[in-house]
Design a protein around this ligand. Structure first.
Ligand SMILES: Cc1cc2nc3c(=O)[nH]c(=O)nc-3n(C[C@H](O)[C@H](O)[C@H](O)COP(=O)(O)OP(=O)(O)OC[C@H]3O[C@@H](n4cnc5c(N)ncnc54)[C@H](O)[C@@H]3O)c2cc1C
Length: 832
């Protein structure tokens, strides 16, 4: 057995096998795939093999699309038939809301080039008469996907991998991982059969590997323990049943091709043909999480007991939908572990805190995703970055605050929600509230409806005070939800009087020490601010794209305060710390402290914000303390508001006169009360994140995770004013080499009168698809929909007329000049 390789992939399911295959395809000729049992003996063996395109995420749609295209080619390459039945996929809607969901999805699908068709109930009946259609609104049909044999596709990829030089070792279990500065030493134990169990023998080898990938499926918790990290990948039970032959189906098939995969999302189930009968798979309520503390030795290619009661409702719904199956007996059942994460996306990317350690865990649609996951992860490993932004899949989107119970309950919730309407404005209820800042109860008493950001409860908007727990849930819509008019009032308050936004969830780091200045100058692309000033800047990836957006405050010569997006605390911390570790020897000592939970943040904004603060500020000359002279735009001052010491930053993400008030978390309740009292005579209103998101688009302020990410450079985001090309910085040459492939623009849209774009819609110039939206919302200033997105560079010209696809129609959109509201920043800089 080889004991030295470039890359060791642990886990021979569909995912690990695909990664080994793609690493070899990308040119790494020294790859080993290690499996503790037999290839496909994990969840892969009992998957139903469906390959659905449908997914509301841009990155995941790309991943699924790649898989589906790859699987069609594998037989040519390896001679092995993976049993890909391209039968299509029929997704039916029982309600108007479900059709709305499909229309929102369809425009996202278009941004990735995924084909689909619309069918009416009559068209469905005409093609597939066994399906009951009278209670349907319609359906979306994908003609190019279908289902595959999961074991066969894995074996085909394994053969392809072997053909490209990958070594496959079975019956070896990775048991310990140790990092030795430039390589891993992985202790592996020979596994042997004993009484039907697979147990560890005394035989061990140590494999030296430059890179390690773990794709250990249901064993993810054990893997995490061995690595000393936390991951929320924990399986949940998932069932499908196989029915006996259906005579009506046999009759139909005499003169017709196979049925597509039939999805009755409103009945939480999927159905497909299987040897003359049907398979019914369910996403029911009450499926329990399993193996939170490890998989027992006795559980190999095993299944759990079938719980028919749990899936009774879906079973009855299937008989309703395909009445001919009523008399078919039950032939077989599969109730197996399916790995989940709280948001249903896998954990794919670098492991937190570790070097050259890559995670590929938590796959719930692992057969569908395996091909693309392998392709894009191999790109990250071999080239440094993938061509799509992998942030939404990154393992570090969950922080250390997350516990086993949280992961279990959230994973059960994610499972239950597979077929629940995927409202873009949905906030799921499990495990909440968990992380609350001191002002939480006060905000709640004012009607705050919260969203969860990196675990923090953050007001999305303020509804009626006595609205109750279900208000937000009932407000959800694919169009303008019940919350919309509250957000309009809040956005107006900021433009016309004054509003108070809770931005406590922001990620905050202090970076200081003798090496801090040289380090940050190299790490970020803009000029560093002078002491007492702030700058907006970007840390780039090695490929020159945007890794993180920072507001940098220079508190002293070598003392900086970095503010970045709230959702990405662990993600930003990991990148910053690894960069510091790498560069400390060159730049001198650099200290990094994550102060996120120590500092709360309120943003006060609006024409009256200065008036509110001036009644609270304690200063020798309070009347001038907030003037442009003493407190200019883009500067920082330590001030006192009543008895609260505040680091105030003159900046406003809403584009209005305003300050961010960074304060000690333990004084937050006090500060909130003072601000609310002082603001009352000025009409101060608490404002949520949704209104803020609209307002920032009126100023063309890009947001991290939408306009800004690892698939575009800051120059493509059209932010040259924040890039100092006169200095050297990390990723500069790569950024310049990329050129401008697409450009970020702001658009005003004459859309439907009951909906705004969500930021995932396709953009057209005539018949040409020319780009996609990344953000969307409503502009109170212009009285119409507003959006941001990327288009071909030649179209990024103010006045350019385009169309945006919403609800299955094209609506006129016009590219605006940057910052359509207050383009000269006169309002934000107003003196007083
Ligand atoms: C009933 C059911 C139906 C499903 N239907 C579908 C479907 O239709 N479509 C779809 O896309 N997905 C489906 N899934 C989900 C799918 O099965 C999984 O997402 C997929 O198999 C995950 O593949 P994997 O490679 O990540 O994990 P696994 O297949 O579980 O592979 C992990 C492998 O790692 C090995 N391993 C673990 N620890 C070690 C170690 N320390 N050393 C060496 N080896 C190790 C294990 O032995 C195992 O072989 C279904 C799941 C269930 C339960």
């Amino acid at each position: 057995m080889k004991t030295q390789v470039k890359a060791l992939v642990v886990g021979g399911g569909a995912v690990g096998t695909s990664i080994a295959y793609h690493l070899a395809r990308a040119g790494w000729d020294d790859v080993m795939l290690l499996e503790r049992d037999e290839l496909t003996s994990g969840s892969t063996w009992h998957a139903a093999g469906l390959l659905p395109y449908f997914n509301m995420s841009y990155a995941t749609t790309h991943i699924h699309d790649y898989s589906i295209r790859l699987y069609k080619t594998l037989e040519n390459e390896t001679g092995l038939n993976a049993g890909f039945s391209v039968v299509g996929n029929l997704r039916m809607a029982q309600t108007r809301a479900r059709m709305d969901e499909y229309m929102v999805y369809a425009t996202t699908a278009e941004t990735c080039g995924v084909p689909y068709e619309w069918l009416t109930p009559a068209q469905i009946k005409d093609r597939w008469p066994l399906i009951r259609t009278e209670d349907l609104e319609g359906a979306i049909f994908h003609p190019t996907d279908g289902y595959i044999n999961p074991a066969d596709v894995t074996m085909a990829m394994a053969k392809g991998a072997r053909q490209r030089g990958v070594t496959v070792e079975r019956k070896w279990q990775a048991d310990a991982y140790a990092w030795h500065g430039d390589h891993w030493q992985v202790t592996c134990t020979k596994m042997v059969e004993k009484g039907g169990n697979l147990v560890a023998s005394d035989e061990q080898v140590v494999i030296r590997a430059e890179h390690v990938v773990t794709a250990t499926g249901n064993h993810a918790q054990r893997t995490a323990r061995l690595l000393g990290i936390k991951t929320p990948a924990i399986p949940v039970e998932h069932t499908f049943i196989v029915m006996d032959k259906d005579p009506a189906l046999a009759e139909f098939r005499k003169s017709n091709p196979e049925h597509p995969v039939i999805r009755d999302a409103d009945a939480q189930s999927y159905v497909r043909e299987e040897r003359g009968g049907w398979i019914l798979g369910t996403y029911e309520i009450g499926a329990p999480a399993r193996f939170a503390y490890g998989v027992p030795d006795s559980f190999r290619a095993d299944l759990f007991q079938l719980d028919l009661e749990r899936i009774e409702e879906q079973y009855a719904a299937m008989i309703h939908r395909v009445p001919s199956c009523e008399d078919c007996g039950l032939k077989d059942d599969f109730n197996g572990p399916i790995c989940y994460t709280p948001d249903g996306n896998p954990l794919l990317g670098p492991a937190p805190g570790l070097r050259n350690m890559w995670l590929a865990e938590g796959f719930s649609f692992g057969i569908t995703a395996a091909g693309g996951a392998g392709y894009y992860l191999a790109q990250c490993m071999v080239e440094g970055e993938a061509e799509i932004d992998m942030a939404s899949l990154d393992p570090k989107r969950y922080g250390d605050w997350m516990t086993t119970e949280y992961a279990m309950r959230k994973n059960e919730e994610a499972y239950e929600h597979v077929y629940v309407l995927h409202h873009p404005d949905e906030e799921r209820p499990a495990c909440r509230p968990l992380k609350t800042a001191p002002a939480y109860d006060r905000q709640k008493a004012l009607g705050a409806q919260f969203g969860q950001v990196n675990g923090w409860e953050r007001p999305n908007y303020y509804g009626p005070v006595d609205a109750g727990e279900s208000h937000d849930h009932d407000s959800c819509s694919f169009r303008r939800g019940g919350w919309w008019r509250h957000a309009v009032d809040e956005a107006r308050a900021i433009r016309e009087t004054v509003g108070l936004i809770d931005a406590t969830a922001f990620t905050k780091h202090r970076v200081h020490g003798p090496g801090a200045t040289a380090f940050l100058d190299w790490f970020t692309c803009n000029k560093l601010p002078r002491v007492g000033r702030i700058n907006l800047t970007y840390a780039l990836t090695g490929a020159g794209t945007t890794r993180t957006e920072y507001t940098i405050v220079r508190r002293a010569e070598d003392d900086y305060y970095l503010v970045s997006s709230g959702a990405w605390q662990a993600y930003d911390h990991d990148y910053l710390c690894k960069a510091v570790d790498d560069r400390q020897a060159a730049f001198g000592r650099i200290n990094v402290e994550d102060v996120t939970s120590q500092r709360g943040v309120f943003a006060i904004a609006g024409p009256r914000s200065r008036d509110v603060l001036s009644t609270l500020i304690r200063d020798g000359a309070p009347e001038t303390a907030l003037s442009n002279k003493r407190f200019p735009w883009l500067s920082m001052r330590q001030i006192e508001l009543g008895m609260c010491p505040v680091m105030a930053i003159r900046v406003a993400y809403t584009g209005e006169l305003g300050w961010e008030l960074h304060h000690p978390m333990e004084m937050q309740a006090y500060l909130w009360d003072r601000l609310m009292d002082a603001g009352a005579p000025h009409g101060l209103r608490p404002v949520g994140a949704r209104a803020q998101n609209w307002l920032r688009q009126e100023k063309s302020y890009r947001a991290f995770g939408t306009e800004l990410g690892r698939d575009a450079t800051p120059l493509e985001a059209d932010l040259p004013r924040f890039v100092d090309l006169s200095k050297e910085f990390h990723g500069k040459a790569e950024m310049q080499a990329k050129g401008i492939r697409a450009k970020c623009v702001t658009l005003l849209i004459d859309g439907p009168d009951d909906a705004d774009p969500w930021g995932r819609e396709a953009l057209y110039d005539g018949d040409d698809r020319v780009g996609r939206l990344t953000s969307g919302g409503y502009s109170v200033v212009f009285g119409k929909s507003i959006a941001m997105g990327y288009v071909r560079p030649e179209l990024a010209v103010p006045g350019q007329k385009l169309q945006v696809r919403m609800f299955n129609r094209l609506w006129p959109a016009e590219v605006t000049a940057d910052s359509p509201y207050d383009p000269k920043n006169e309002v934000i800089r107003i003196d007083g």
